[in-house]
Design a protein around this ligand. Structure first.
Ligand SMILES: Nc1ncnc2c1ncn2[C@@H]1O[C@H](COP(=O)(O)OP(=O)(O)OP(=O)(O)O)[C@@H](O)[C@H]1O
Ligand SMILES: [Mg+2]
Length: 255
């Protein structure tokens, strides 16, 4: 069930970002990740390399991660396990692990396998407090893992981890996963079925119309508002990220 608004003033729990192609999901996700990874070890499934380009930068764009953040890259489960063994690797606040194919546009299956292992195995999942998955439909395209994801998400929530799932099509995310979201940012959705799927969040009848009329970078922010309450609009570049405003304080108490 959706949790109440007062439970939402902390950086934990499941956050879903929905929106059609090019609506601003990765832009907002990158800002959330940049903030989170300063406080808690963060793992990111980034099959398109979009997040790493925004965060780590490239020839043409500067790094947006805090200079104290250390970046790690893995492309396969074997490579990851090998490096844990070889280097007695541990991850802490200030570490971010990117998982994706070696080449931009490469086959994502190995990266999905590794991210799934990290999220769902008790051996690996305890190493991280923040799990981020851009293009989250990919996780659920093979329903062999479905049950494991459910359990992993519940366990992570219970130990105050944060999970981010960004998807173009909410209808591709299983209903039970969608419904454990503590908050959602819904950008413009193109398919009517997808907009309808988000009505489960939408307290007002106007929700679907509002979703379909959003402009680029604008998302409706849902965090447990009651029926009839207005949902604020977040701008993926400009607005402060409401659930991260308390992060410095919350994480400093946890240490
Ligand atoms: N708030 C904003 N205002 C103006 N432009 C924005 C805003 N947020 C994102 N953009 C621009 O819109 C484009 C798409 O953004 P982004 O990559 O975040 O979308 P996306 O939802 O992740 O798309 P996809 O599903 O294709 O990955 C980018 O060029 C980005 O710079
Ligand atoms: Mg994107």
């Amino acid at each position: 069930m959706y949790e109440t608004q007062s439970d939402n003033q902390h950086p934990y729990g499941v956050t879903v970002l929905y929106g059609g192609s090019g609506t601003g999901k990765t832009t907002l996700l990158a800002r959330a990740v940049a903030e989170h990874c300063q406080y808690a070890p963060t793992v990111v499934l980034d099959v398109t390399h979009d997040l790493r380009e925004l965060l780590v930068g490239s020839q043409h764009s500067p790094r947006t991660l805090h200079p104290n953040v250390t970046v790690h890259y893995y492309t396969s489960l074997e490579g990851y396990e090998w490096s844990l063994k070889q280097w007695f690797m541990t991850f802490s606040a200030g570490d971010i692990v990117f998982i994706g194919p070696p080449e931009k546009g490469g086959d994502p299956s190995e990266s999905i396998r590794l991210f799934t292992a990290i999220l769902t195995s008790t051996k690996h999942s305890k190493r991280f407090s923040v799990y981020v998955c851009d293009e989250a439909e990919l996780l659920f395209s093979n329903n062999q893992f479905s049950r494991q994801y459910d359990n992993a998400i519940y366990t992570a929530r219970n130990r105050h981890a944060s999970i981010y799932l960004a998807a173009k099509r909410p209808t591709r995310i299983p209903t039970n996963v969608r419904s454990c979201a503590m908050r959602a940012v819904v950008f413009k959705l193109r398919a009517d079925a997808d907009a309808r799927a988000t009505e489960e969040l939408g307290p007002s009848e106007l929700f679907r119309d509002r979703v379909q009329n959003l402009t680029i970078g604008k998302g409706l922010y849902y965090c447990g508002q009651g029926p009839g309450e207005e949902l604020p609009i977040l701008d993926s570049r400009e607005s402060p990220i409401p659930w991260l405003e308390t992060a410095p304080e919350v994480y400093s108490k946890r240490r």
